[in-house]
Design a binder for this molecule. Structure first.
Ligand SMILES: [Zn+2]
Length: 323
């Protein structure tokens, strides 16, 4: 199956006009439990050395095996069952992370904004619930320019983070603004380019392109993790001997890809490179016992990765009573 078919079948088909990238929301069915959603603010703050990091929930996507490549339906069902998750709908979260350090507020990714429908777009409300005004965000870092990561800055009349600069990989910026690549892209994926270009336009002169392993200041380093997009990157935060790697979209399906890191998703720009990057990242964070945070891990998406008999396993962070 071609990548465009994965995307179309997953409900990721973008409307030709505007920024109408959508994913199918979970359909509520009469009398069936579990089709509602949390209606409370969802955020969790924890310490990384002297720095404070807050996981922010944006909501969830209902996606299934149709967006995966390299796994049979039987193995998808088996791994899902062994993770004690429902097969249908198979739900993945969308998170963002706020770093507060040295008087600075750095928001890593911005969620989906209004682009993905009613099960997503909660990040602004969660920031408000925390008492964090959007104009106090100093910097936004985009792990990559996909719409579920920069959707929070592209829609609406006013700039959501009026005082922030946008740190983005130059490689990703160049890809998503390349007219020749865009011209070769099927019309149903045009929304990805619209969203990326919309985000870049919003920040204008305040776009800060970075290349390679770049020092972002305040103990933060941009770590190239290419494949999911050509310039996809993580943010490594180091403070007072503690470390956290916010790894963006190194993986998307917690129930599947820890056990089977070889499985790729249809919206990887380069699936082979994404697979190699995932395996290298898992190996590194397991070896170094490095705490990680992931945009599509179950909220708050923070914990450690360990080797397991089959692939790896994720050990979620315990509740951070003491910060
Ligand atoms: Zn994503």
């Amino acid at each position: 199956m071609q990548r465009r078919d994965f995307l179309a079948s997953a409900g990721w088909a973008a409307a030709g006009a505007g920024l109408g990238v959508r994913a199918a929301p979970v359909a509520a069915q009469d009398g069936q439990a579990g089709t509602g959603r949390l209606a409370v603010a969802v955020a969790r703050t924890f310490a990384v050395g002297q720095a404070r990091v807050t996981a922010l929930a944006d909501g969830y996507l209902a996606v299934g095996s149709e967006v995966l490549a390299g796994i049979t339906e039987e193995d998808f069902a088996r791994l899902t069952a062994e993770a004690h998750r429902p097969t249908s709908p198979h739900v993945i979260g969308v998170n963002a992370y706020l770093i507060e350090t040295a008087g600075q507020r750095i928001l890593v990714d911005t969620g989906t904004g209004p682009l993905f429908g009613p099960t997503l777009g909660d990040l602004p409300a969660n920031l408000t619930a925390l008492g964090i005004a959007p104009d106090t965000i100093d910097t936004v870092v985009a792990t990559h320019l996909h719409p579920d990561h920069i959707g929070g800055v592209v829609a609406g009349d006013a700039m959501p983070f009026p005082n922030a600069g946008l740190i983005v990989s130059e490689t990703d910026r160049a890809f998503w603004t390349d007219a020749a690549i865009e011209a070769q892209t099927p019309a149903d994926l045009q929304g990805f380019f619209d969203a990326a270009q919309g985000a870049l336009a919003r920040f204008g002169e305040r776009v800060i392109p970075v290349e390679g392993q770049a020092d972002l200041g305040h103990g933060m380093t941009a770590l190239p993790l290419p494949g999911h997009t050509v310039g996809h990157m993580g943010v490594l935060l180091e403070d007072s001997g503690a470390q956290l790697l916010i790894w963006g979209d190194v993986m998307h399906f917690p129930a599947i890809q820890f056990r089977r890191p070889d499985v790729t998703v249809g919206f990887d720009t380069d699936p082979d490179q994404a697979r190699r990057t995932r395996m290298k990242a898992f190996d590194m964070v397991a070896q170094d016992q490095m705490m990680v945070a992931g945009m599509h891990l179950d909220f708050p998406g923070v914990g450690h990765v360990e080797r397991a008999a089959e692939g790896y396993r994720f050990v979620p962070q315990g509740y951070p009573y003491v910060v």
